[in-house]
Ligand binder design. Structure first.
Ligand SMILES: *[C@@H]1O[C@H](CO)[C@@H](O)[C@H](O)[C@H]1NC(C)=O
Ligand SMILES: *[C@@H]1O[C@H](CO)[C@@H](O)[C@H](O)[C@H]1NC(C)=O
Length: 450
């Protein structure tokens, strides 16, 4: 019975959001003459206008998405909030996800690809660490081929500082999208933390006695949900759907999406290597469902004889969750595993994927990964070290390594050097943190909505 109530609640939330989206679409049709919401545009004017709303959301009036088009709707959104900042932000975000203004779009639509070169979009999950994002963007800027990608920044925090970083990208097409169920947008209710939720460590008997909202749904370890931890998995799964199904610039995208996070850092030849790996996949491992740009192991020794080698392995979340790239076929396999992904009691998206590789996907995943990584992590200092994190020091170290080996970068071709014994890998523990039925239902809803 509880379960029904939660389902109904989630449904109500989703209906409300749908209604908001429709209202905004209508506004878009009518908007004229209202004031500017200065300084609000995250992506600013889309050069040449954003892609037309052909086949976007049903019922949307065809709109001219010119450079002034944010003014009236944003003003309307602000007015709608009635001075309530949370409501204002929600409207803004729905509006932007709907309109999808792509900056420098002509670079993407006009890109010239060589024979066999796959179109590539980068999808970066961005939380709130501007300094890391700045470094990632700097690493992208210097990489030949970057001008051909569509850069999608998927945010769960609206922040002027992050928007300014996105606005400063002038070397490739950029689209900002916003996870619409973030804690920022729902600060005091699900999917954020509701004051009526059970505290994490409350015993279930006491929780039932108190009647807190999710008393019946602790995780496998008897803990209640923590919104901060649940958000990352939600965001990951939402953006997977949104990128493959809702981003108009990626409609029928026949190439790869490369998934990154704000604290990743790219080698200058990442794009070239990604294309080589893709070619290698076609030739030597058509059933490699994933490419990874590198694992975490520290690089020892020089790059000679290694920078043009890739390994073929069973996919392991702890090694190959960075710089993952895959095509639509892999997405479709994942889509078919929605229920398994959303109900698995682990708040880590990557461990959950590991679970899918043995319990839902048609076969465990094989991955091609270069011996010398082309993606690095600048963010681990926060997790394991007490001292202040200095991402710029990390990236300087990485640059020194790359620079010392620059004659080995940009390999002409790549080959598979090692084939490890391939076998399914089960997650050895389940981490919990994902026992709440509301999380399950919201997570399952992404494939249907927006
Ligand atoms: C963009 O704004 C400029 C200045 O207001 C205007 O002249 C131009 O026509 C606008 N372009 C579009 C596509 O709306
Ligand atoms: C703003 O709106 C939200 C959502 O309806 C509500 O929960 C919150 O209390 C409002 N904030 C203020 C300050 O009124």
């Amino acid at each position: 019975m509880r379960l029904r109530i939660y389902k109904r609640k989630v449904l109500a939330l989703l209906l409300a959001l749908g209604a908001a989206a429709c209202a905004l679409a209508l506004w878009g049709g009518a908007g004229a003459g209202a004031g500017e919401a200065a300084g609000e545009e995250p992506a600013g004017p889309a050069v040449g206008g954003s892609s037309s709303s052909s086949g976007g959301s049903p019922g949307s009036p065809a709109r001219q998405a010119g450079n002034a088009s944010w003014g009236p709707p944003l003003a309307a959104a602000a007015a709608e909030g009635g001075g309530n900042e949370t409501l204002r932000l929600r409207s803004l975000v729905y509006r932007l996800n709907f309109d999808q203004p792509v900056r420098h779009e002509a670079l993407w639509t006009g890109r010239a690809l060589g024979a066999g070169e796959a179109p590539v979009a980068l999808v970066v999950q961005v939380h709130e660490r501007a300094e890391h994002l700045r470094l990632l963007l700097a690493s992208l800027r210097r990489a030949p081929g970057a001008e051909k990608v569509l850069l999608v920044l998927s945010h769960d925090v609206w922040a002027p500082e992050l928007n300014a970083l996105a606005a400063a990208v002038d070397f490739c097409a950029v689209l900002q999208i916003f996870f619409p169920f973030s804690r920022q947008l729902y600060p005091a209710e699900f999917p954020g933390s509701d004051p009526r939720d059970c505290p994490r460590d409350l015993g279930q008997a006491e929780a039932l006695r108190r009647g807190c909202l999710n008393a019946r749904y602790p995780d496998a370890f008897g803990h209640y949900r923590e919104a901060a931890f649940a958000q990352t998995k939600h965001h990951w799964w939402w953006k997977l759907h949104f990128a493959w199904e809702r981003i108009r610039a990626l409609r029928r995208h026949p190439g790869l999406l490369l998934f990154l996070e704000e604290d990743h850092y790219l080698a200058p030849d990442f794009y070239a290597v990604l294309q080589r790996l893709w070619a290698l996949r076609q030739r030597d491992c058509p059933d490699c469902q994933l490419l990874s740009l590198g694992s975490y192991a520290a690089v020892r020794g020089g790059f000679a004889q290694r920078a043009d080698k890739a390994e073929l392995k069973s996919w392991k979340s702890t090694e190959h969750n960075m710089g993952m790239a895959f095509a639509r076929d892999t997405y479709e396999q994942l889509l078919a595993c929605t229920d398994a992904f959303c109900a698995y009691d682990d708040y880590n998206w990557d461990w959950t994927l590991q679970h899918l590789t043995v319990h839902c996907l048609p076969r465990f995943w094989k991955v091609l990964v270069p011996e010398i990584p082309r993606v690095f992590h600048t963010g681990d200092c926060g997790m394991h070290h007490k001292k202040a994190c200095r991402p710029a020091a990390q990236s300087a170290k990485i640059d020194a390594l790359l620079d010392a080996n620059r004659q080995h970068l940009f390999p002409e071709a790549m080959s598979v050097s090692k084939r490890y014994s391939l076998a399914p890998v089960s997650p050895h523990v389940k981490n919990g943190g994902w026992g709440d039925i509301r999380d399950h239902e919201l997570c399952k809803s992404y494939r249907r909505l927006q």
